[in-house]
Design a protein around this ligand. Structure first.
Ligand code: GAP
Length: 423
């Protein structure tokens, strides 16, 4: 299954290995013409849901590199580490918690590993022109940018607890073993909400449950099959250094149940580390708010939406993507490529509907092949211009999943499509 998804992603322009012409680089990926559309759609829908549709969330776009003190205070310099073991035979290194049965996944030797040692996964960068250069870090989670801006946001906007700060952006981790395609990358994107609440156990439980359900529902509403999703609570020893408790939303991937969003109760860990407090505007009481976090991976969600939507049916492969996520929304074809009047009319229809979303025009090969080509990338609707169009100004609109065709007049076409595409 993974081979098929990886091949489709490459062949159709969703995802390529980074710097592939030079042999690539482990843990880095590029999103092609369809991949960037998909990811942008996903992020736009998330932002609309988390910010625009609510009254209690504002947005932020913080810098990727911050003063390195941020990472000392947040505990990442001392604790953002995985346990690493090295095979004494082939010298490959692995995450200790990912090795099964004490067998080296590279050379097969048994029980020949070094003792586990801590390996910090923050990515270092060096800045400036004078030696020694200033050491800084690419952010290991986008989250700290929110906390260090907490006071700025409270002072410059009208937020009152409970409220949230939403952010989408790149994070970097020097993963010991990147793999499973984009699942474990060294550069990836996160979509996160930090939700600030009164420091109270009941409030904490209430908001933690609320955000768990909200986030699960969001994925189901966007088309991931519920049977392929589950929650998994973290055991005490698995929790990140900042988490009082944590639950993952996991997807049943071809490589096993895998986390793609974490809901974390961070308590007052971060704000207290940064010496930040909040003054209640009514009671004038000063305190350190608690934080409930929802932290989703854009790349992992993209991968799992693709896997979940992938179907092989008789002669076609089809991605049954929610229309809101589909990279190409509509494709327009002349029935026959060699009839000038059909091609000309099809171009007019294409120009009429393009502009609001990605629209394709295709006059290659036969019409059946063109349908299948669009099915494979999840295009929800194909519009065909035929001889009847020339007589009565109607076109056929074919729906991807049912393959049913409907006759629609050109003057109604844009509204018809917008309604179906939920735009
Ligand atoms: N701010 C909390 C935080 O970063 P996390 O559980 O370490 O929590 C959140 O990461 C999400 O970020 C994960 O559920 C996953 O979707 C994504 N993520 C983490 N590491 C990743 C990696 N190496 N490659 C791709 N996505 C990753």
């Amino acid at each position: 299954m993974m081979e098929k998804i990886i091949a489709l992603a490459k062949r159709r322009g969703f995802i390529y290995p980074s710097s592939e012409i030079y042999g690539g680089i482990a843990g880095f990926w590029d999103y092609g013409p369809l991949g960037v559309e998909f990811k942008n759609n996903l992020k736009k829908i998330w932002w609309k849901h988390m910010v625009y549709e609510r009254d209690d969330v504002v947005g932020l776009d913080a810098s990727i590199i911050m003063n390195p003190i941020v990472w000392e205070r947040s505990g990442h310099v001392s604790s953002f580490a995985d346990l690493l073991v090295e095979c004494k035979n082939c010298h490959h290194r692995f995450r200790a918690d990912k090795i099964e049965k004490e067998t080296c996944p590279n050379c097969g030797q048994k029980n020949n590993f070094t003792q586990p040692k801590k390996f910090n996964i923050l990515t270092e960068v060096y800045l400036g022109v004078t030696e020694p250069k200033q050491k800084a870090y690419l952010r290991g989670e986008i989250t700290q940018g929110v906390f260090v801006n907490f006071k700025n946001i409270v002072d410059s906007s009208r937020v009152k607890i409970p409220f949230g700060i939403a952010q989408i952006g790149k994070a970097f981790r020097n993963e010991i073993t990147p793999g499973n395609f984009t699942f474990r990358s060294r550069e990836f994107e996160q979509m996160e909400l930090e939700f600030f609440i009164y420091p109270d156990d009941k409030e904490g439980d209430k908001w933690f449950s609320y955000w768990k359900e909200e986030r699960f529902k969001w994925y189901v509403d966007l088309g991931i099959k519920e049977k392929n999703l589950r929650f998994r609570d973290h055991e005490h020893h698995e929790r990140a250094h900042y988490a009082r408790f944590a639950t993952d939303i996991e997807y049943q991937a071809p490589f096993g149940w895998s986390e793609f969003e974490g809901i974390h109760h961070r308590g007052d860990w971060d704000l207290s580390r940064h010496n930040l407090t909040y003054k209640d505007p009514n009671t004038k009481e000063e305190f350190i708010p608690w934080v409930i976090e929802t932290s989703g991976g854009v790349d992992r969600a993209t991968l799992f939406f693709l896997i979940d939507a992938y179907y092989e049916e008789e002669e076609r492969v089809v991605l049954r993507l929610d229309p809101r996520l589909a990279p190409v929304k509509v494709a327009v074809f002349p029935l026959l490529a060699n009839k000038e009047n059909l091609v000309e009319k099809a171009k007019k229809v294409y120009n009429l509907i393009k502009g609001e979303y990605l629209t394709a025009f295709d006059d290659r090969g036969n019409i059946g092949k063109r349908y299948f080509s669009q099915d494979e990338i999840g295009t929800p609707f194909c519009v065909t211009i035929d001889f009847q169009t020339l007589a009565d100004e109607t076109v056929t609109v074919r729906e991807r999943d049912s393959k049913k065709q409907e006759r629609v007049s050109i003057d109604r076409l844009k509204d018809y499509l917008n309604q179906k595409l939920l735009i």
